[in-house]
Design a protein around this ligand. Sequence first.
Ligand code: 2P0
Length: 417
Amino acid sequence: MCMAWGRGLRPGVVPGAMAAERALAMATCTAPVNIAVIKYWGKRDTDLILPINSSLSVTLHQDQLKTTTTAAASRDFTEDRLWLNGAEVDVGHPRVQACLREVRRLARKRRGGSEDTATLSLLSYKVHVASENNFPTAAGLASSAAGYACLVSALARLYGVEDELSEVARRGSGSACRSMWGGFVQWQRGERSDGTDSLAHQVAPETHWPELRVLVLVVSGKKKPVASTAGMQTSVETSPLLKHRAEVVVPERLAQMIRHIRERDFEGFGQLTMQDSNQFHATCLDTFPPIFYLNDLSRHIIALAHRYNTHHGHTKVAYTFDAGPNAVIFTLADTVDEFVEVVRCSFPPATNGDQFVRGLPVGSAALPQELMAAVVTEPVPGAVQYILHTKPGPGPQLVDDPSQHLLGADGLPRRHA
Ligand code: 2P0
């Protein structure tokens, strides 16, 4: 493994290495999951992770879904090491290495010619990193976005880097750059070949639309059949629809979507969210050989949402699906109780009746007879494992409480009770 890590810097040659006395430096951050409403699919540069189109997402609240990462540096560490959910994994993964290299480059740049010996010492040390999700990785919720956003946040904190970091998170996973901000976030595709203008920025903070709610319908614990990274490149190579989407459709939709968000127009936001999810899955079908992320159950949920909206005469719920069959539903707070009851009646829970709804509280609702008849047409028992109720939330956070570090004083993972 070739590493730029610490090259040319040795603790022994740090002048007046005051901070080298410090045995262990540690920082812990949390970072959120995001769900795209204008989808990213396809790269124009697979190494720098530069997309063929801009995208826009909603950052989900970390009370329900988050990654926590601790990064530590010590002169006593003999090699870089990484643990994910308690299991040690290969730290040599090129994307992990790209994030490490870029944060360290920014730290050096920031230090410039100054006498910041603390940073200089840290930069010469190996790192240990531990990362955990507060949700099951197997649930198919976008964990790489939160994971890389958190890795970059924790490393940046460790080295005292305060620069724009979405460009670095993007090197871990494209969608990770959007998890560097809270609320409503646009990832600008950029024009430059070096990727310096392919950045995420906030369109509106999470407080902008207080009534907006998110229901994640977890329908499958299985791993996705085709990984996004491989799938999107096959789409770039074979799908004329994807080319048209990137060149013509997305630029128009982005402008519309930003307008709907600014005006808190749920009708417009919801319709465009559904249309963009559908077009993303259409580009998957247009890929050759085709990629299928939706399954019968996802199609069942799509039909249910349309029946529900038709019954009410306007858009009350909007679905979106990523590279897997789980549904993410956007709605407004005043609709949550009723729609959750519709989902419960449509997919009666098999065993976990009391854990069927998780996250933010949901009240009870009695469904009117005409709604039942019009919307709940063919119940599929047990098909939805559970519903997670959440809302838009903030970007990465620093964890001040040292008892929350995932690494102990020995630099090894410790388990929380
Ligand atoms: C998105 N997805 O915009 C789209 C919609 C999946 C469907 O971003 O290769 O895991 O790491 O850049 O970010 C999934 O792609 O792919 C994704 P890489 P990533 O959220």
